[in-house]
Design a protein around this ligand. Structure first.
Ligand code: NCD
Ligand code: ZN
Length: 349
């Protein structure tokens, strides 16, 4: 039997962490290898809270764009309780900002400047609703009394439902959903609510991270959940429902950090992003739905044209490097040292 090959419209990544400085040569290279556009998360340290900071970061990213690549970083702002509604108006007027990211304070990496009291950002959300700028939500309650496995469900109850009621026209993306509860919630709401799905939540469960031995390289936020949640996520991704689209949440941390006594959440997947999603869709018998999930649904929601380039995915086993060098540090990529069964290449027009 000849190995299977599929051609897709070039996809976009609607949620990625490229980091800064010494990280950029590798992270930009990997993302630009597959994606026409990538929505760049603003959780640098310090976070991206002003337009000049965002513009300067975009320039640093573009300095590493490989020659000939069709790659456009789409920038976002980091929502803080101090943000002024005028900033949203200015962002809309100038263009170049595609969303505002809500991190509940202390929910994840570099979220200490995030939002502790949602009411404190209501005037900003009002303006976002008015000008049509999407709110990108890390949907986990960071209350220490709430069990870490229940934080997504509790966030829906206590924050999301009232928020959607108070802002009926606000466009919202529920990022990296990890539970069946979140899938059902997104399905039940009108078209203005969408969700991104990571490859790692589609491929792994909490047992992969926690059973037998703790694997810090599978530790992420939201933490991986149970098999029934994973099944619901796969069903949503492969269903053809335009509410669900690709967002890798590729989030590199140095090996030293990941293997220390205080592991930060984040999994690096950008080096095999499309290959991983292809595995999921293949296993579900829905490869023909990968293109819409990866290349159409997100662009349509953000009001951007679909990409013109094509990519080819072929069944061809290849070995992922054990690690990548980043300045004086190393990065352990997902599946490092093992083989993946798909290989992706881009056809430029
Ligand atoms: C992300 C990071 O490291 O920046 N980590 C993660 O586990 N996903 C932040 C985030 O998106 O939560
Ligand atoms: Zn993220």
């Amino acid at each position: 039997m000849t190995p299977q090959t599929i051609t897709l419209t070039q996809p976009d990544d609607w949620h990625v962490h490229l980091r800064d400085g010494v990280w950029l040569p590798l992270t930009v290279l990997h993302s630009a290898r597959y994606f026409g556009r990538a929505l760049i998360m603003p959780n640098l340290d310090p976070p991206l809270t002003t337009l000049p900071k965002v513009a300067a970061y975009m320039k640093r990213i573009l300095a590493h764009k490989p020659k000939g690549a069709h790659f456009q970083p789409l920038m976002t702002l980091y929502l803080t309780e101090g943000m002024k509604p005028d900033l949203i108006k200015e962002a809309r007027m100038r263009g170049g900002i595609y969303g505002v990211k809500l991190y509940p304070a202390f929910a994840t990496t570099h979220s200490t400047k995030g939002v502790a009291n949602i009411k404190a950002v209501y005037s900003v959300l009002e303006t976002m609703q008015e000008v049509g700028l999407p709110l990108l939500v890390h949907g986990e309650l960071s209350d220490s009394t709430v069990d870490v496995f229940d934080r997504e469900a509790c966030f829906i109850e206590r924050v999301f439902i009232p928020l959607l009621k108070d802002f009926p026209e606000l466009k919202v993306v529920f990022e990296h959903i990890s539970t069946k509860v979140a899938v059902d919630f997104v399905k039940s709401e009108r078209e203005r609510l969408r969700a991104t799905l990571t490859a790692h939540h589609l491929l792994y469960t909490r047992s992969d991270c926690l059973a037998h031995e703790f694997n810090p390289h599978l530790y992420c936020a939201p933490i991986l959940k149970r098999a029934s949640d994973r099944r619901a996520l796969i069903e949503a991704a492969t269903s053809g429902n335009p509410k669900f689209f690709l967002g890798t949440d590729s989030a590199p941390h140095a090996r030293r950090q990941k293997e220390s006594g205080c592991t930060k959440p984040g999994i690096y997947t950008a080096h095999i992003a499309l290959e991983l999603y292809a595995e999921v869709f293949e296993a579900a018998g829905k490869l023909e739905r990968l293109e819409a999930f990866a290349s159409f649904h997100g662009a349509d929601f953000y009001g951007l044209p679909r990409n013109r380039q094509k990519i080819i995915l072929s069944q061809q086993s290849w070995k992922v490097p054990l690690q990548y060098r980043i300045g004086n540090e190393t990065l352990v990529p997902l599946r490092g040292g093992t083989s993946v069964r798909w290989k992706c290449r881009i056809l430029f027009q």
